[in-house]
Design a protein around this ligand. Sequence first.
Ligand code: KIV
Length: 260
Amino acid sequence: MTLTVKDFQSMKGSKPIAMLTAYNCPVARSLEKAGIPIILVGDTVGMVEMGFDSTREVTIEHMEYHVGAVKRGAPNTHVIGDMPYGTDNDTETALTNAKRLIVAGADCVKLEGPKLDVIEHLVKNGIDVIGHTGLTPQTAENFKKVGKTSEDAMRIREESKAIQAAGAFMLVLEHIPEDLGKTITEEIDIPTIGIGAGSDTDGQVLVINDASGIGDYWPPFSKQYAQVSETIDQVAKAFLSEVESKEFPNNILEFKQTGN
Ligand code: KIV
């Protein structure tokens, strides 16, 4: 059963929230089967799946495509549609684009930075919103940890409170010091979901490609639970060798027996 905003809010301080990204149908199906309660169709898709150097290349059409695929794979899981760069710059543009993601299959949207008037406007128009502060890749100059000086830490704390006040029901905290993640989690009432924000946030999110070992670079704060790229390398090498030696398809027993 798809968990609601209320369900997630009641998990704060009682049950850690596990969020993973997904970009396609079969992966979303696996996440739902495993019981992951909330899936983020992140604009990281641009970097980890589409080969772009930044998330800024991702368009609303790309996100509609991926949100639709994920919802078809995980119809009973809460799906977040990430607002791509430049699609939430003002209240009306943001509402139009957020509605497109909802129509595509998202249950709520996530947007980066303290766009307080936009968050308020979306919430007023019935769209549930997740905030995102700390490192915000759409506008960051690099992917280094932020919030290390007391001024920057204070800015992120203030942003977090303002994003909550604007009506967001959950907040992603990316790549900030562990003690800052803890302070913010204690200071606000909505659940915090950390990525590189230490162990004291209300939940954790990982990019599925990082968690699965797909690709050749993974951020130091991520963990690889498998090495899927290595498996694909092995599959490709074995197939190449068997096609060249004509071992495949002759070594498929059923094919040889039935011809089907
Ligand atoms: O786009 C994304 O996948 C994200 C996560 C890194 C939190 O925003």
